[in-house]
Design a protein around this ligand. Structure first.
Ligand SMILES: Nc1nc2c(c(=O)[nH]1)N(C=O)[C@@H](CNc1ccc(C(=O)N[C@@H](CCC(=O)O)C(=O)O)cc1)CN2
Ligand SMILES: Nc1ncnc2c1ncn2[C@@H]1O[C@H](COP(=O)(O)OP(=O)(O)OP(=O)(O)O)[C@@H](O)[C@H]1O
Length: 203
C-alpha cells in the first residue's frame, strides 16, 4: 500500500516536473530578458536581501530564470556572494563557495558552471543570511519541486531542523512555475518565499 502511494506521488511529481520544464523552455529570448530584469528589480527591493551581508545564489542554466543580472547587481552593491558546488565527498549535498567576478568556474556533471573547489573558499551555511535557490515548481503553501536530485532538500535538512536560525531561504522562478498544489514528499523543505518577475510570495 505504502509503496503504491509513494510511486503514484513520485509519478505525479515527475510528470509535473516535465510539464513545468517544457513551459519555461518555451519562453523566448525577449521574455527571458524581461523576466530577468523584473526579477532583479523585485529581489533588490526585498528587505531580507538588502539587510543580508552574505547571500547564497546559483548560476542559472537552460530555461531557468537568468540569475546573471542579479549576481552582477549584488556584487556591485558590495554583497558577499556564495555559489553551490556538488559536494565532493557527501553525495547529493551541496557546498557553498565564495564567489567574485574573478572566481575560476568550471561545469559540473550537469553542465552547470560552479566555482572550482577550494577549501579556503568554503562558506558554511551558518554564515549565509539569505539563500536564493532554483526551483522547477512551487505552490502558495511554500512547497518546492526541484530538478529531482534532492540536493537542496539534503543540504537544507539542518535548516528544517532549526539548526540555522539566521538563514532565510527564497526560491527564484518564472511566474509560470506556480501551481495550485504540489504533491509533497516527507523530505521536502518548505521555503520562506519565492521571488518571481511579477511578485514576491511569502509563506
Ligand atoms: N542552476 C541550477 N543549479 C543547480 C540546481 C538547479 O536546479 N539549477 N540543482 C538543484 O538541485 C542542483 C543540480 N541538480 C540537478 C539535478 C538533476 C539534473 C538533471 O537530471 N538534468 C537532466 C536534464 C533535465 C532536463 O532538463 O529535463 C540531465 O542532465 O540529463 C540537473 C541538475 C545544484 N545546482
Ligand atoms: N534529506 C534527505 N535525505 C535523504 N534523501 C533525500 C533527502 N531529501 C531528498 N532525498 C532524496 O532525493 C531524491 C529526490 O528528491 P526530490 O524529488 O524531492 O528532489 P528535488 O527537490 O526535486 O531536487 P533538488 O532539491 O535537487 O532541486 C528523493 O528520491 C529523496 O529520497
Amino acid at each position: 500500500m505504502q509503496t503504491q502511494k509513494t510511486t503514484s506521488s513520485e509519478q505525479a511529481r515527475s510528470s509535473l516536473r516535465e510539464r513545468l520544464i517544457s513551459q519555461r523552455n518555451a519562453l523566448n529570448a525577449a521574455q527571458q530578458q524581461d523576466a530577468a530584469s523584473a526579477l532583479t528589480r523585485q529581489a533588490l527591493a526585498l528587505p531580507e536581501l538588502q539587510q543580508a551581508r552574505r547571500i547564497g545564489l546559483y548560476h542559472s542554466v537552460g530555461g531557468e530564470l537568468n540569475t546573471a543580472p542579479l549576481i552582477d547587481s549584488l556584487l556591485e552593491q558590495g554583497k558577499q556572494l556564495a555559489l553551490p558546488v556538488l559536494h565532493p565527498f557527501n553525495p547529493g549535498h551541496l557546498l557553498m563557495l565564495d564567489y567574485s567576478k574573478t572566481t575560476p568556474m568550471r561545469p559540473n556533471r550537469f553542465a552547470i558552471p560552479e566555482p572550482v573547489l577550494s577549501c579556503q573558499a568554503v562558506v558554511p551555511l551558518a554564515q549565509i543570511d539569505c539563500l536564493l535557490i532554483p526551483l522547477v515548481g512551487f505552490d502558495p503553501h511554500g512547497n518546492r519541486l526541484g530538478m529531482g536530485g534532492g540536493f537542496y532538500d539534503r543540504t537544507l535538512a539542518p535548516w528544517l531542523d532549526g539548526k540555522l536560525p539566521g538563514l532565510t531561504v527564497f526560491g527564484l522562478a518564472h511566474d509560470c512555475q506556480q501551481v495550485e498544489q504540489l504533491p509533497v514528499a516527507s523530505w521536502d523543505v518548505p521555503i520562506n518565499g519565492v521571488i518571481t518577475p511579477g511578485r514576491i510570495w511569502r509563506f
